[in-house]
Design a protein around this ligand. Structure first.
Ligand code: LLP
Length: 463
């Protein structure tokens, strides 16, 4: 097979998007610990291992594509968040990032709470033994059935999102002879993404009740009057993949402004605020996220300062990290099927998965990293695009990636930081079978979500 490496250097500037790194990494065999989970390392034989299991064995035993989840790393990240926030705050893992019964058990063992946003997530949480009082139910259009099941189960909180829902939850709770703890989700006019946040005019979205114009204050008025509800506090979630706390600062300022207004108007100091999730992770070596203790210190300082200025006691803080806990703990293991060199452009490397197991590149233009993991290579770096096997040209897994020029069919590639919003957003597009999630720990691997089978596909198709 003929193969030529693109020489390293400025000629990539013609192909790569503006602002993208131009020089290939100095050592393609190196695995940046910021992007890979904690127990990932390349062995002396050049094969990458995680949790004491090498990827060739994993591929043989479980097939590809597969999500490989580092259980020690997951648990360590839970503890880091738990310890950073301490016992006077609550950490709710956002299940939408990735949820399975094993994950629920780990969360429970590591003393975290759980945010669910659907009946399905609630079912998974309860089935795996998460105590209901540690669960929060979210959603902008929860069904009557979902609310009823949550109230019956005794969930610790429901985050209410509209005027109708305030009445609906109160009605259901009263009918069941219960008083449901709720938070009201508000929009503070801040939207944050990565390094930027915009602090005006971002109420134009479906979640929450806007602070501006008084709807949030009206929601509080209504909730306080209803016997079926115990209003615990205010909830705000400002965005995703956020790297600095300036957006949270504005959000906390505005939420605490509402708490002060509530105290002045109703003589009630609400005991809790939830600042949501959205903390960023490293998808590539260019990303530099903060550690949980830095985030906890910053949020605590902001809230304490704002409360002092407002003359309020500091409320109990909760946060809802999803991606920041599970994202870095998993990589997707693929096998290369074909390669195609486009002279003057790049080499396309096709793997056995694609947009059905990772829609984030196509949907959000997300950047990922990739490495050859079944062997080390001393070949020159080659500019590639790692693509899937779907019938669509937008089926891109990693848009711009340097791989060794000798990458060939049968090699295993791994894409790190796919723990969040990859399996949970996976689809059956082109009747693909969704990959398994394999958890590894201490030299052992076990399937926690099995691969879909052809029978699974046909079972729903009733003919
Ligand atoms: N809390 C609330 C109320 C949320 O809406 C979300 C995410 C989270 C917590 C967790 O956010 P995280 O810490 O995981 O960023 N599918 C998109 C992300 C959607 C996030 C939706 N809400 C992605 O793949 O980037």
């Amino acid at each position: 097979m003929s193969r030529s490496a693109h020489p390293a250097g400025p000629r990539y500037a013609d192909v790569l998007p503006e602002g993208h790194y131009v020089a290939p990494p100095t050592d393609l065999n190196e695995l940046d610990p910021r992007v890979w989970s904690r127990t990932v390392a390349r062995g002396d034989d050049g094969v990458v291992a995680v949790g004491g299991m090498d990827v060739k064995r994993l591929a043989e035993e479980f097939g590809t594509p597969a999500y490989v989840l580092d259980e020690d790393d997951f648990r360590a990240r839970c503890r880091a968040w738990r310890d950073a926030f301490g016992t006077d705050a609550d950490v709710f893992y956002a299940g939408k990032a990735f949820l399975s019964r094993a994950v629920v058990r780990w969360l429970h063992e590591e003393d975290l709470n759980l945010d669910v946003c659907s009946g399905g997530e609630l079912l998974t949480a309860l089935d795996a033994g998460m105590p209901a009082e540690r669960i929060a139910l979210h959603g902008n259009n929860k069904s009557t059935d979902e609310i009823t099941r949550a109230v019956e189960a005794g969930v610790g909180r429901i985050v209410v999102d509209s005027f109708q829902e305030i009445a609906r939850v109160a009605h259901i709770a009263e009918r069941l002879g219960k008083r449901q703890r709720v938070l009201i989700r508000v929009t503070v006019g801040v939207e944050a993404h990565t390094h930027e946040f915009i602090a005006t005019a971002h109420e134009d979205q479906k979640f929450g009740l806007p602070l501006a114009g008084g709807q949030a204050a009206e929601a509080v008025r209504r909730a306080l009057k209803l016997d079926g509800l115990e209003l615990l506090g205010i909830h705000s979630h400002i965005g995703s993949q956020i790297f600095d706390t300036s957006g949270f600062e504005v959000a906390a300022h505005r939420v605490i402004g509402l708490l002060r207004q509530i105290r002045d108007e109703h003589g009630v100091e609400l005991p809790e605020i939830d600042l949501g999730g959205g903390l960023g992770i490293a998808y590539t070596s260019d990303d530099d996220p903060s550690e949980p203790h830095q985030i906890a210190t910053a949020l605590r300082e902001i809230v304490t300062r704002e409360c002092a200025a407002a003359g309020l006691a500091v409320p109990r803080i909760s946060v809802e990290p999803g991606r920041a806990i599970v994202g870095p703990t998993a990589f997707t293991l693929y096998e290369v099927g074909t390669t195609k060199e486009l002279p003057g452009l790049r080499t396309y490397v096709s793997v056995d998965g694609g947009m059905s197991d990772n829609i984030r590149t196509a949907l959000y233009d997300a950047d990922y990293s990739v490495a050859l993991v079944s062997r080390a290579s001393t070949a020159e770096p080659m500019l590639t695009r790692v693509v899937g096997k779907h019938c669509e040209s937008g089926d891109i897994v990693v848009r711009d990636a340097f791989l060794p020029a000798d990458v060939a069919p049968g090699d295993l590639l791994a894409v790190p930081a796919t723990g969040a919003y990859c399996r949970s957003m996976a689809s059956n597009y082109n009747h693909a079978l969704r990959p398994p999630v394999v958890a590894v720990r201490d030299g052992a691997a076990r399937v926690i979500v099995r691969r879909e089978t052809e029978e699974d596909l046909l079972r729903l198709d009733v003919g």
